[in-house]
Every structure is written in C-alpha cells, then in structure tokens.
Design a protein around this ligand. Structure first.
Ligand code: PLP
Length: 381
C-alpha cells in the first residue's frame, strides 16, 4: 500500500513520551495545556447548550451568533476588522491549521519558526506539504528571501510562512518591526502568512500584536479556546481568513472534512467569548506562571545554566548542557516519574533542550523541577 506521507516522520519523540506518561503519579510537564481547572461557568454553558437544543448540525463555518461574537472580540481585543463571513469556526487550532495548509500549501514548502511547536512538521506533512525551519529571531525579510532563493534553486516553492507569537516553546514575542517585514515579504512575493495566536492571552512581558491588525490581505490568523479557557478537550478554534472568498473555500473544505465543529462545543465557545469569562482568572494564572518561572530561574542559576526567560506563552524552554534530550526524557519518565517534551522535536539545534509547561500549580511545578534537576545532577556525576 502506498501512503502519501511517512508515518515515521509524523510521530515525534514528544508524542511517544506523552503516550507513555499515563500513570496517575506522573508529573506531567510535557502537555501543551494549562493544568488549572476551567471556569464553572463552562459546565453551566454545556448544560444550557443541551437545554436550548444545540445538538444538531450547524452551518459548516460555525454558528452565526458565535462568528458575530468572535468578530466583536477581534475588533476589541486584536484590532482586527473582520466580518463574520471571514471567520470559520474549526475543530481546535489544529483543525484550523490543517484546513489552511490543505488549501494553500499542498506540494509546497512552509517555513516555521526555529524553535517551533513540534507538531507543525507533522500537520504540514499530513497536508502534503513540507516544512523548513527558519531561525525565530531572524524571521524577517532577509531570512525569508534567503530561504525562498535556496528553495527555488532546489526546484521547490515557498508557499506559506507560519509565525507563532507568543511562541511555543520559547515564549518569544514577534516585534512590530519583524511583523512588518514579514508582511512586506508576503506582499512582494505573494506568499501567505499563517499567524498562530493560540497563546494570545498569556503575555508575561511586552504586548501581543496581531499581525492582521497591521494588514490582513495575506494573513490567516488562527485562534483557539484550548489554552485561554483550559479547554483543550472542547476542540474549538477559529480562523480569520484574508477575505470572504477564501473563507468560503475553507468552509467547503471543512464541510467535506467534518461537516462542522461540535454544536454544543460551539455554544460553550459562544458563552466564553461573549461573556469574556477569561477576565475573571487569567491574571491569577499569569501570576502562577511567573512564580514558576522565577523558581526555575533560581534553580538553573544555581547550576550556572543560562537561558532566556519567556515573554509569553505557557512554557519554559531551556538547555541542560551535556544531555541528549531524547534519552533524558525517557529515562526521566521511568526513573523520576516526570514527563517533559523533547527539545530535538522543536527544530534544528535543540538536542540539549527540554520544554516544560509552566501553567501548573506552583507546588507541583516545584516538585517537577526538583526531580528533573536532581536527575540531571545525578547523571553529571
Ligand atoms: N498552535 C500551537 C503553537 C500550539 O501549541 C497548539 C497546541 O498545543 C495548537 C496550535 C493547537 O491547539 P488546539 O488544537 O488544541 O487548539
């Protein structure tokens, strides 16, 4: 049987760690989700959805009232001017990315930030395109032009640029200057940008700028309810398309992929966005994340390890000099019962890095860090 993609290439080391980290006594710092409980209002909204009859197919682009609430949120929070007809509600941010890659990247190349979310290469390959890593901090006109030329020499076409701000894993936030350069490049070479902003609410330093607030002609923006509301199981995200016609094409793709996202999950999303329920807890979560980062910073400094503190997002990304992160992650899971993500999955030069989730209760975080560094100290001897 011939498959259009290589399964070996789409299963990462981190996927394997996560699959192995099932026992309840394992401290799970490998997951990409806040471990805090979701708001009680969400449970009420779910019951309300059933009582109000949101149990049937919805329009393939999502409930009209949800897209209207999203349009208001975009104007208020992201300074993006988008009509509901340019918005598609999707099965999480992953469903959003997949639809976009299928539409615009097939058989082409997609640049992704290095370091970048370990699942990008897999999602891109599933959509029958190929990823190329570009240094996150140099991600701008010149680097993209260089990448494009190199690809051209190899007979390949750069079709899409992915940016992710705040970043998973590094917490890097793209500057306005960088965003403008990327927009200029996209315009000059007619390349689309996918701006993944699923961590928009987790800002620790500086501010979040949505690239589509500067100009939206070439930009697909992806948002998700997974992180902001600790609702990774809801599976609701959304796309802001560059225009109405492209949104229609994405809608048809979604119709023939899954018909529509789950109706009652969309109703819950409507309540979350319309009633801005994140406002009651997000600053508390951010305080816990900052406290965790401070603890980690102190422990790394004690060992003379230098790292860059994140400016946003829900992760800490740091080196453990001298380790092989692949081996380290599996041994750590077995010997100390802590699950971490494997640096090597996140780009080209991160074999000594690990990524851990900071959006967990400080007590558990401290215990996790102590075990990680204890094991690191043991293998240094
Ligand atoms: N984009 C980034 C950078 C992520 O880290 C994730 C999840 O970890 C997603 C998108 C997709 O999340 P979801 O499909 O749960 O919305």
């Amino acid at each position: 049987m011939h498959w259009s993609f290589d399964f070996k290439k789409i299963i990462t080391h981190t996927d394997r760690v996560i699959a192995k980290a099932k026992a309840p006594d394992i401290i799970k710092l490998s997951w990409g989700e806040p471990a805090f409980p979701p708001s009680k209002k969400i449970r009420e909204a779910l019951l309300e959805a059933f009582n109000k009859g949101y149990t049937r197919y919805t329009p393939p682009a999502g409930l009209q009232e949800l897209r209207e609430a999203i349009s208001d949120k975009l104007r208020r929070k992201n300074k993006i001017d988008a009509d509901p007809s340019e918005i598609i509600v999707t099965v999480g941010g992953t469903g959003a990315l997949h639809l976009i890659f299928r539409l615009i990247a097939k058989d082409g190349i997609v640049t992704i930030p290095d370091p970048g979310w370990f699942a990008y290469p897999s999602v891109i390959r599933v959509a029958e395109a190929d990823p190329v890593w570009v240094d996150e901090k140099k991600y701008g006109y010149e680097a993209l032009q260089k990448a494009r030329e190199e690809l051209k020499r190899k007979g390949k076409e750069l079709k899409t640029i992915v940016i992710n701000s705040p970043s998973n894993p590094s917490g890097y936030i793209f500057s306005e200057k960088q965003l403008k350069e990327i927009l200029d490049f996209a315009e000059d070479y007619s390349v689309y940008i996918i701006s993944d902003e699923v961590y928009e609410d987790f800002i620790l330093e500086g501010k979040h700028i949505s690239i589509a607030s500067i100009k939206k002609d070439y930009v697909f923006t992806v948002f998700s309810l997974s992180k902001t509301y600790a609702l990774t199981g809801l599976r609701i995200g959304y796309i802001v398309a560059p225009d109405k016609q492209i949104a229609k094409e994405l809608t048809i793709l979604q119709l023939h992929t899954c018909v529509c996202p789950t109706s009652f999950a969309q109703y819950v999303a409507l309540v979350c966005i319309r009633d801005r329920i994140e406002e009651e807890y997000i600053s508390k979560w951010i305080s816990a994340i900052k406290e965790n980062i401070q603890y980690l910073d102190k422990k790394l400094k004690e060992r003379g390890i230098t790292w860059e503190k994140p400016k946003g997002g829900i992760y800490a990304w740091f080196p453990l000099p001298g380790i092989d992160s692949k081996k380290f992650a599996f041994e750590l899971l077995e010997k100390k019962k802590v699950a971490v993500a494997v640096g090597a999955d996140f780009g080209t030069k991160w074999d000594e890095y690990i990524r851990i989730t900071t959006a967990v209760e400080p007590e558990m975080f401290r215990e996790g860090i102590d075990r990680i560094l204890q094991y690191y100290d043991e293998i240094q001897k």
